[in-house]
Design a protein around this ligand. Structure first.
Ligand code: AVJ
Length: 321
């Protein structure tokens, strides 16, 4: 099962192939139809997401980077010395570089991602910018494997979960995820979590409906990925991207909306789509810090520090068991 690449720096738990097909067949059989956002990230999806992070409408990445840059001393002090950093989801190597240059004596860095290409990319880029650092990657689905931390370095660990990726989880999933993390941590370990904050609807909706159409391409890539990997027969031009803020759920919802009535074969099964019917592909929750603190506490984690940007659009939170 476990395979190590030539350089010996990446462990591949090969998470995505069978589970992708199973999730798709289950999700498309449901009403309303749904596919989990973790399946966006094949090689093309990871690349498109990287492009999204550079768009003027997509404020989260640059805002989080600004917090990391402006408050690096305080963040580094919270992380402390001699930590092994474990990152869930490969963020940008720029964020990690910012952190690592501020934190004294980082012992090692382990990016964990469902996409092997994203892990490979992060490892090879970071090897260049931080040549002295002990880096090894792990390709795994941290949402379904509960014991992924056993593959990471021993000693004091700080888990990084940046970019508000935690916003992809529903409330109950967040609870179970945080509880599971806490169960794997020692008292002096820490977790740095980035959360996107509730703000004006127009700002939120623009970030997921960019005028250059990259987010639409990212969403529609889910159909193309099913065509490539599952032999599905989606005609991509018969679907359109939608994204809107569901205020009651405090979540941006992304959907793929069928433009006409159609029947599509996926892995030998037929699925009917009515005109206007959607596949729900993503939730991106927007948080209030106080509510997040309460959620964390319910999972046995206490919020030690919060850093925000001057507009209060994004927060970095530091938690301990
Ligand atoms: C990587 C989950 C944080 O929710 O903003 C970006 C993914 N989706 N544009 C987000 C995403 C559409 C992103 N996360």
């Amino acid at each position: 099962m476990t395979k190590t690449d030539n350089s010996g720096m990446i462990i591949d738990l090969n998470p995505s192939l069978a589970s992708f097909q199973k999730d798709v067949l289950t999700g498309l059989s449901r009403n309303p139809k749904v596919i989990a956002p973790k399946h966006f990230y094949d090689e093309r999806g990871s690349r498109l997401f990287n492009t999204i992070t550079t768009l003027s409408e997509y404020y989260p990445t640059r805002t989080e980077k600004r917090i990391l840059r402006d408050q690096s001393a305080a963040i580094a002090a919270a992380i402390g010395t001699s930590a092994s950093l474990v990152e869930l989801g490969c963020g940008s190597e720029e964020k990690i570089e910012l952190l690592i240059s501020a934190v004294p004596m980082v012992k090692s860095y382990t990016p964990i991602d469902i996409s092997l290409s994203a892990v490979e990319d992060t490892v090879s880029k970071l090897k260049i910018v931080c040549p002295g650092l002990h880096i090894y990657g792990l390709c795994a689905d941290y949402t379904s494997s509960t014991d992924f931390l056993q593959y990471t370095a021993s000693g004091r660990r700080v888990i990084l979960f940046l970019g508000s990726t935690i916003g992809n989880f529903e409330e109950l999933e967040r609870h179970m995820f945080l509880e599971n993390l806490r169960a794997q941590l020692s008292p002096d370990d820490g977790i740095l979590i980035g959360i996107d904050l509730v703000k004006e609807r127009a700002v939120l909706e623009a970030a997921y409906n960019d005028t250059s159409g990259v987010t639409a391409e990212f969403n529609l890539n889910m159909l193309e990925r099913m065509n490539r990997e599952l032999g599905a027969a989606f005609e991509v031009e018969k679907f359109r991207h939608t994204a809107f803020f569901n205020e009651e759920k405090s979540s941006i919802e992304m959907h793929l909306e069928s433009i006409t009535d159609q029947i599509v074969e996926v892995a030998g099964k037929s699925f009917t789509f009515m005109a206007g019917e959607t596949v729900h592909t993503e939730n991106s929750y927007k948080f209030h810090v106080e509510a997040f603190e309460k959620e964390a506490l319910e999972a046995g984690l206490s919020l030690k520090k919060v850093w925000k940007d001057p507009q209060g659009w994004f927060a970095l939170t530091y938690l301990e068991a």
